[in-house]
Write a new protein. Structure first.
Length: 120
C-alpha cells in the first residue's frame, strides 16, 4: 500500500531552486513536498499535483501544488539528477499559479538543462 510523508529535505531543495532560478510566480507557502513509498509507478521519479479549480471553489481556497517524489526511484538518484527532476516538476507550474499545468511540449530536458545551468 502506498504511504505518504512530509519531505522537508525536498522542500528545502525546491525553495532553493525557486529562489536561484527566479521562479517568483511560485508561491512557496502553497507548495507542499511529499515523499511517497510503495508506488506501483514504473518510470515515474516525481509528480506535480494541483488542486483543480473546482475544488478550490468548493473549498473556498486558492491554488495549491504538491510535488511528490517517489522514494524508491528518486532517492537513488545523484544530487544533480534529483535537482533536475525537481526543476522539471516546478516547470509544470504556470505563471498564473492557478491550478493548471504546463505540458511536456514546453517542459523537457532542454528547458530543464537551461535552468540547471543558470543556477549553477
Amino acid at each position: 500500500m502506498i504511504s505518504y510523508e512530509d519531505a522537508p529535505d525536498i522542500k528545502e531543495k525546491v525553495d532553493g531552486i525557486i529562489s536561484a532560478a527566479g521562479l517568483t510566480h511560485i508561491k512557496n507557502e502553497f507548495l507542499i513536498c511529499i515523499r511517497s513509498r510503495g508506488s506501483g509507478a514504473r518510470r515515474v521519479l516525481a509528480r506535480c499535483h494541483a488542486l483543480p479549480r473546482i475544488m478550490q471553489k468548493a473549498l473556498n481556497t486558492g491554488a495549491r501544488y504538491v510535488i511528490e517524489v517517489i522514494s524508491e526511484k528518486f532517492d537513488r538518484l545523484s544530487e544533480e539528477q534529483q535537482m533536475k527532476t525537481l526543476i522539471h516538476e516546478l516547470m509544470h507550474i504556470p505563471k498564473s499559479f492557478g491550478g493548471g499545468f504546463i505540458h511536456h511540449n514546453i517542459v523537457n530536458s532542454q528547458t530543464v538543462n537551461k535552468i540547471w545551468k543558470e543556477i549553477q
